[in-house]
Ligand binder design. Structure first.
Ligand code: S2G
Ligand code: ZN
Length: 453
């Protein structure tokens, strides 16, 4: 028996139901183009299992047929990790929507891989708690993908990345075996920590189907400040002041006047201040009493500031920063590089990047923004044209030369596997390959992602 001449499709239809095996080209294409416009490819079919057993049977069937598989959550990734190529089977985890009851004693919750960040945030808030990780793609990004990529976002400054907030996972191996470690014990030293290994593994070792996540008490009062400063060195001085004066500091993001101008143009927004400034900071702190005055600790070294406490006003300030990604995307297909350098090296790294772009492609437009507190810079080059590959290589090398990473929060995926050796030793990469072979001996799970073929 076969579906559209594909016996595997028929076998998968018997597992998940024909409605959840997508072979129609128009429907498949929804899963074949990524959010940045940089990655697209062909899938053999899209299969959408409804529970962990169906994921297990699906992977076992793909293993038996030797079909390459790429897991996909919300497909908000930036490095081609979840975008199919060369007729891979897309395994969509979107239907794994189970949202557990909040375990108040542990302040944890178990959720399905297909639950979006936004739904998780609402579930936590309903219980008077917070899931303290946030980023602009919250309405589409799923928990499974965020665990697999060790997602970061702007609250990592206070709460860490998904690695710090994941207390356990359930995952399925390519041969269909299921590993369930969801107890969420804070202290459990029994043997090697498999969940830890799977967090940030970007779908190359196993498919995450559930996660046990840590929650924190919802802070009653939140204050957000938009600061205009003269340069990034001053921005670091502001960070230093805020760290000392503001124990409740949760985020310190930044952007620059080029990006702000583009965001205001695109969204038809009035600029936040009477005149433009070179660098802008978004600082956010949250406590049980109004922390606004803590944000004024840096008042003497900023040029202009706006402070907001109510939700709408805070959202308006964040919008200048959060709209950068969609604004950059509206200007064309950008060269996007998500890198980190030691926090103190952000100013000199930025000078490196400006010099490189001026030298290699002076007509290109450089838009820089990111999470200053994490040393995480999102480098976006518009109009790099033929010079894109050269610039990508030089900018990733510049980050590594400053002691940084070629990938801060978006992962390596397909985009950066050629540069992994810039910030990982030969021994580390050789061990990664050994581990990959243990989990996926046939090399059919997310081939070519992270580890170059
Ligand atoms: C951000 C989102 C994707 C990007 O805005 O913090 O992580 O590179 C990014 O703009
Ligand atoms: Zn970011």
């Amino acid at each position: 028996v076969s579906v559209d001449g594909d016996r595997l499709a028929a076998r998968l239809a018997a597992i998940v139901g024909a409605a959840h095996v997508v072979t129609d080209p128009a429907l498949k294409s929804l899963y074949e183009h990524d959010a940045t416009g940089r990655f697209s490819g062909s899938s053999r079919l899209v299969v959408r299992p409804g529970n962990v057993e169906e994921v297990a049977e699906t992977l076992a069937a793909c293993s038996r047929s030797g079909a390459a598989v790429v897991p996909q959550g919300g497909h908000t990734g930036m490095v081609g990790g979840g975008t199919p190529r060369d007729g891979e089977v897309v395994l969509s985890l979107g239907r794994l929507q189970a949202l557990g009851e909040i375990d108040r004693a542990a302040s944890q919750v178990t959720v399905g891989a297909g639950v979006t960040l936004e739904r998780l945030q609402l579930q936590a808030a309903a219980g008077g708690l917070d899931f303290p990780l946030d980023h602009g793609a919250r309405s589409a990004a799923t928990v499974g993908g965020m665990v697999a990529t060790d997602a970061g976002g702007h609250l990592a400054l206070r709460y860490g990345t998904m690695r710090a907030l994941t207390a356990g996972v359930e995952a399925v191996l390519i041969d269909g075996r299921i590993v369930t470690r969801l107890g969420g014990l804070l202290k459990d030293n029994a043997g090697l920590d498999l969940p830890e290994l799977l967090i940030g593994s970007e779908g190359i070792l196993a498919v995450i189907t559930r996660a046990r996540l840590r929650l924190v008490p919802a802070r009653r009062r939140r204050a957000t400040a938009l600061f205009a400063v003269a340069d990034l060195d001053t921005a670091l001085a502001v960070l230093d002041r805020l760290r000392a004066a503001t124990p409740s500091l949760e985020a310190l993001d930044y952007f620059e006047e080029t990006g702000l101008r583009r965001v205001c143009e695109r969204l038809g927004l009035a600029p936040p201040f009477s005149r433009s400034h070179p660098v802008y900071l978004v600082a956010e702190c949250a406590a049980d009493v109004d922390p606004s005055e803590q944000l004024l600790a840096a008042a003497d070294i900023v040029e202009e500031s706006a402070i907001a406490t109510d939700a709408a006003a805070r959202k308006a300030l964040w919008r200048f920063r959060e709209a950068h990604n969609e604004t950059v995307r509206s200007l064309g297909v950008p060269l996007k590089l998500d890198v980190s350098v030691p926090v103190g090296a952000v100013p000199v790294f930025e000078r490196d990047v400006r010099t490189l772009v001026e030298d290699v492609e002076p007509d290109a437009e450089l838009i820089l923004y990111g999470h200053l507190g994490d040393g995480n810079v999102h480098v976006n080059v518009i109009g790099a044209g033929e010079a894109a590959d050269t610039l990508e290589d030089l900018i990733l090398r510049a980050a590594a030369d400053r002691g940084g990473s070629i990938s801060a929060e978006h992962g390596v995926g397909l985009a950066k596997s050629s540069w992994l050796d810039l910030c990982r030793s030969e021994t580390e990469i050789s061990l990664m390959r050994d581990i990959k072979r243990v989990f996926d001996p046939g090399g059919i799970l997310s081939p070519g992602r992270v580890l170059r073929e």
